[in-house]
Write a protein that binds this ligand. Structure first.
Ligand SMILES: Cc1cc2nc3c(=O)[nH]c(=O)nc-3n(C[C@H](O)[C@H](O)[C@H](O)COP(=O)(O)OP(=O)(O)OC[C@H]3O[C@@H](n4cnc5c(N)ncnc54)[C@H](O)[C@@H]3O)c2cc1C
Ligand SMILES: NC(=O)c1ccc[n+]([C@@H]2O[C@H](COP(=O)([O-])OP(=O)(O)OC[C@H]3O[C@@H](n4cnc5c(N)ncnc54)[C@H](OP(=O)(O)O)[C@@H]3O)[C@@H](O)[C@H]2O)c1
Length: 265
C-alpha cells in the first residue's frame, strides 16, 4: 500500500502552532509506517544524522481546557543540505503522538523544536576504510540522512547499510532511499561505487531472511557480501533500531575485534 500526496506551499494554512512547520508531503507504506516532509525553518542548521523533537498539540486538559505540545524525538531522515526536512515514522496504535500524527496531510502543521542533537554524526568517528550502518525498522532514519551526505563518501571507501524489517513492504522506504541515493546529483557517482545495501526480512520470505544479529553471528553477512570480518583499523559502525540490536551488537563487535561503534535506539 503506497499512498502519496503533496501540496504546493502557497496553499498552506497560516501558522498557529508554536515552532510550526507545514507538512508538504506524506507517503504511507504500510499500516505501521509512513514518511512525511515539512518545511525547513530558515534558521535551522543540523548535522546529518541528528534528531529533533517534533509533535502536535495534545488534547485539551479536561479541567483547565489548556493544551500542551506532545513531542517525541525523531531522526531527520534527509541530509543537512536538503531544502525540506523528511521524517520516517512508525504508527503505534495507542501511541500518544503517532495515533494522531499518522493522519497528517499536506498543508497541516507540526511542531518542530529547532534544537537538533545526536551522536550518529561524522565528527564522532575517526577515519577508517569502511563504515557500517546497522538498522532495524525506523532505525534506518538517521542513515537516510547520512547516506546522502557527501562527507560519508569522502571519509570512507565502503559504506554498508543493513536494514532488517518484518516483511517486504517495510523495506520499501529503504529501497527507494538506495535508488534515490544512487541517482543523487551530489553523491550518486560515489554511492554507485561505494554503497552496499543488505536488506533482510524476519517474518516474510525474501531473498535474504533473518535477524541481522543472527546473520552476523553465523558469518552469513560477510560471506554474502564477500568481504572480510570486522577489523579495528578498517571498520567503524553506527547502530540504530531496537534495544535488542543495540545490546547485541556492542559486545559482539568488541568481542571479535574491537571496532568503534556509535549506538542509539
Ligand atoms: C533519539 C530518538 C530518535 C527517534 N527517531 C524516530 C524516528 O525517526 N522515527 C520513529 O518512528 N520513531 C523514532 N523514535 C521513537 C519516537 O520518539 C516515538 O517513540 C514514536 O514516534 C512513538 O510515539 P508515540 O507517542 O506514538 O508512542 P510512545 O509512547 O513513544 O511509544 C509507545 C511504544 O511504541 C513502540 N515504538 C515507539 N517508537 C517505535 C518505533 N520507531 N518503531 C517501533 N516501535 C516503536 C515502543 O514499544 C514504545 O514503548 C526515536 C526515539 C529516539 C529516542
Ligand atoms: N535513535 C534514533 O535516531 C532512532 C530513529 C528511529 C528509530 N529509533 C528506534 O528504533 C526502534 C525501532 O524498533 P524495531 O526495530 O524493534 O522495530 P520493529 O519494526 O518492531 O522491528 C524491525 C525488525 O527488527 C528486528 N528485531 C527485533 N528485535 C531484534 C533484536 N533483538 N535483534 C535483531 N533484530 C531484532 C525484528 O525482527 P523480528 O520480526 O524477529 O522481531 C524486525 O525484523 C524504536 O525503538 C525506535 O525508538 C531510533
Amino acid at each position: 500500500m503506497t499512498e502519496q500526496s503533496t501540496v504546493t506551499l502557497t496553499t498552506a494554512t497560516p501558522v498557529t502552532l508554536p515552532d510550526a512547520q507545514t507538512v508538504t508531503e506524506v507517503e504511507h507504506y504500510t499500516d505501521r509506517l509512513f514518511r512525511f516532509r515539512v518545511t525547513r525553518p530558515a534558521s535551522l542548521r543540523f548535522r546529518s544524522g541528528e534528531f529533533v523533537m517534533i509533535g502536535l498539540m495534545g488534547d485539551p486538559d479536561p479541567v483547565t481546557g489548556k493544551q500542551k505540545p506532545l513531542l517525541r524525538a525523531y531522526s531527520i531522515a534527509s541530509p543537512a543540505w536538503d531544502e525540506t526536512l523528511q521524517f520516517y515514522s512508525i504508527k503505534v496504535e495507542d501511541g500518544p503522538l503517532t495515533s494522531k500524527l499518522q493522519h497528517i496531510k499536506p498543508g497541516d502543521q507540526v511542531i518542530l523544536r529547532p534544537k537538533p542533537v545526536g551522536t550518529l554524526v561524522h565528527d564522532a568517528l575517526t577515519p577508517a576504510k569502511r563504515i557500517w550502518f546497522f538498522s532495524t525498522g525506523t532505525g534506518i532514519a538517521p542513515f537516510a540522512s547520512l547516506l546522502r551526505e557527501p562527507e560519508t563518501y569522502e571519509r570512507f571507501e565502503k559504506v554498508i547499510l543493513t536494514h532488517s524489517c518484518r516483511d517486504l513492504a517495510e523495506l520499501k522506504f529503504g529501497q527507494e532511499l538506495i535508488e534515490e541515493t544512487k541517482n543523487d546529483i551530489l553523491v550518486g557517482e560515489d554511492a554507485q561505487s561505494k554503497l552496499i545495501y543488505y536488506p533482510t526480512t524476519t517474518r516474510e520470505t525474501s531473498a535474504k531472511m533473518g535477524r541481522i544479529t543472527t546473520l552476523l553471528e553465523n558469518g552469513a553477512l560477510f560471506a554474502d557480501l564477500g568481504i572480510s570480518d570486522f577489523n579495528a583499523e578498517n571498520d567503524r559502525a553506527m547502530v540504530c533500531g531496537s534495544m535488542g540490536l543495540n545490546t547485541f551488537l556492542r559486545p559482539m563487535a568488541f568481542a571479535r575485534e574491537p571496532i568503534p561503534i556509535l549506538a542509539t535506539m
